[in-house]
Structures are given as C-alpha cells and as structure tokens.
Design a protein around this ligand. Structure first.
Ligand SMILES: [Cu+2]
Length: 123
C-alpha cells in the first residue's frame, strides 16, 4: 500500500515536469547581415545579399558599368534615399530600415525599364 502511494505521488510529480518539457519557445530570430555591396552595370542591379537584418544597414554601391547610374531606394512610391555613382566609382550610405521589402532602381534615362530594378528584403 505504501509502495503504491509512493508510485502514485511520483506519477503526479512527474506530470508537471513532462508538461514543462512540452512547452514551446519561439526560435531566436535569424542572424542576418547588416551590410551588402550592390553592383550596377548595364542594365542590372546585383545585390551581394538579397536580405539584411532590420535596423541600421550599410549599402555600398559600385558602378562597374560604362554609363552613369544612380541607386534609388523606394518603399512603395516614396523615395527613401538616392545616390549617384559615376562609372568606376563607389558610394556608401547607411539607413535605418524596418522589416519589409524595398525596391531598388536606377532612375537615369530608361535604365529601370531595361532591367535596373530589384528587391531588397529586410528582416
Ligand atoms: Cu542606370
């Protein structure tokens, strides 16, 4: 009888411990880089990394083409930043970005229509 009571108590004690093990926790957010290099040519914008972490990010724009280009960062239709980059030049700038999708385009002449448009994901 005493053994049966002890076993019953052991089972009761074990149930809460088992329940704790089944409790789920959210996985940590993925570690994403905060910087990338962007290469512009005729007529493409190539992201070194298509996804960065939210918060302060640093973008380095390198013009490896023969034409002038700019890099304009849009959220919806709102321009967040634009930088002009002459052939062979590099420009670096920093921005604080919330999670989302941002459109990167070149606004010079018809470059966007020719292919200078891409999406940068944040978060
Ligand atoms: Cu361009």
């Amino acid at each position: 009888m005493r053994l049966a009571l002890s076993l019953a108590l052991a089972v009761l004690v074990a149930i809460p411990a088992g329940a704790a093990v089944r409790r789920t926790t959210l996985p940590p957010p993925p570690h994403l880089p905060q910087a990338t290099e962007i290469v512009e040519t005729e007529y493409a914008i190539d992201l070194g990394r298509p996804r960065l972490g939210q918060g302060r990010v640093r973008l380095t724009v390198r013009n490896r083409g023969e034409d002038d280009h700019d890099l304009t960062l849009l959220t919806g239709t709102r321009v967040l930043h634009t930088v002009f980059v002459a052939p062979g030049d590099t420009a670096t700038f920093g921005l604080r970005l919330a999670p989302g999708r941002y459109r990167l385009i070149c606004t010079i002449a018809d470059h966007r229509a020719l292919g200078m448009e891409t999406i940068l994901r944040i978060g």
